[in-house]
Design a protein around this ligand. Structure first.
Ligand code: AN0
Ligand code: CP
Length: 321
């Protein structure tokens, strides 16, 4: 695996899930793989889970993690080609990336969507430069359009908790005060389409997920109808993906608080589990009552971030060995 962005990069999902459960049961079994190997985790944006779970996964594999906070510790990096660098940015990615690559065996990158230039975001401009210029395997730790470590952890969590062979999984938009990227819903949709689940997306008009990720998901604009009989409710806010209205890309189109997942929403499900990738805004995305209920999976879901990251790093290390 030269890079980890998409569900297809991990290959057969049944195999990946079996491996995830094996890694979870025996986290230290592959310590030899990471001996004298280094992973550099580059953060252009904030993180709690990704930052900690990626380091933990690396340590479980015997690998040395180094974290670089681009906007705090390093020089401010220019990401556009062809610009006269007479502003506040001291170094270009074009040099920084091969330098970082020369110090390590794997790179992980967090670089959120800018949400102003759809084409630049959907071309994964920053992550692509890491893939092209680093000379080492690259993991997206949420880049402009995907968050594969999250979606893989979500799939592991569903696999662990499902009580039906083919559960109904509903991804619902929910309100948020800030414009957020589409990476989490894009990846979740992509992974659910690849998995053996009955997948439904519900969102207000204008929030349609890019068809490259939504695939064959059933789309239902009536949230309550979508939630009927659900086994898993996956809540998330995202900004306008610009599919039906390109000029509104990255904007907030709705603040409708009736979409906040509360007990009345959960009541129409089949006693569904509640999921969210975190960080979550309580009583915006989900009511206290639902997130604090016994069917909330947000903590085990976050814990599985170590497992998903470890499977990806393990596979990359096996190929390096
Ligand atoms: C980010 C997002 O929605 O993409 C990170 C989620 C893992 N969330 C926020 O910025 C609140
Ligand atoms: N879910 C997730 O990626 O969380 P962080 O932004 O805290 O890493």
């Amino acid at each position: 695996m030269k890079s980890f962005l998409n569900a297809s990069d991990i290959g057969d999902l049944h195999k990946a899930l079996d491996e995830a459960l094996e890694v979870k049961a025996n986290p230290f079994k592959w310590q030899h793989l990471g001996r004298n190997k280094t992973i550099i985790l580059v953060f252009f944006n904030n993180s709690l889970r990704t930052r900690l779970s990626s380091q933990k996964a690396a340590l479980n594999l015997g690998m040395n993690p180094i974290v670089l906070n681009v906007n705090g510790d390093s020089w401010n990096l220019e990401t556009q080609m062809g610009v006269v660098m007479d502003g506040g940015k001291s170094e270009h990615l074009r040099e920084a990336i091969p330098v970082i690559g020369s110090y390590c065996d794997i790179i992980g990158v967090r670089s959120f969507a800018g949400l102003t230039d759809r084409e630049a975001d959907y071309n994964e401009n920053i992550l692509r430069q890491f893939i092209d210029y680093s000379g080492v395997p690259v993991i997206s730790l949420e880049s402009a359009t995907v968050h594969p470590c999250q979606a893989f952890a979500d799939l592991i969590t569903i696999e662990e908790h499902k009580t039906k062979a083919r559960p109904k999984v509903v991804m619902t938009w929910a309100p948020h005060p800030k414009a957020l990227p589409q990476a989490v819903p894009n990846s979740f949709a992509q992974w659910m389409n690849a998995a053996d689940v009955d997948f439904v997306i519900t969102q207000p008009e204008g929030y349609e997920v890019d068809p490259a990720f939504a695939g064959n998901a059933r789309i239902e604009y009536d949230q309550m109808r979508a939630l009927e009989g659900a086994d898993f409710v996956y809540a998330k806010n995202w900004s306008c993906p610009g599919v039906s209205c390109p000029e509104k890309y990255g904007r907030i189109l709705s603040r409708d608080m009736s979409w906040t997942v509360d007990a009345a929403h959960m009541a129409v499900t089949d006693n569904a589990f509640f999921m969210h990738c975190l960080p979550v805004r309580r009583n915006m995305i989900v009511s206290d009552e639902v997130i604090d209920s016994p069917t909330s999976l947000v903590i085990p879901e976050a814990a599985n971030r170590v497992v998903s990251a470890q499977v990806v790093m393990k596979r990359m290390l096996e190929e390096l060995a």
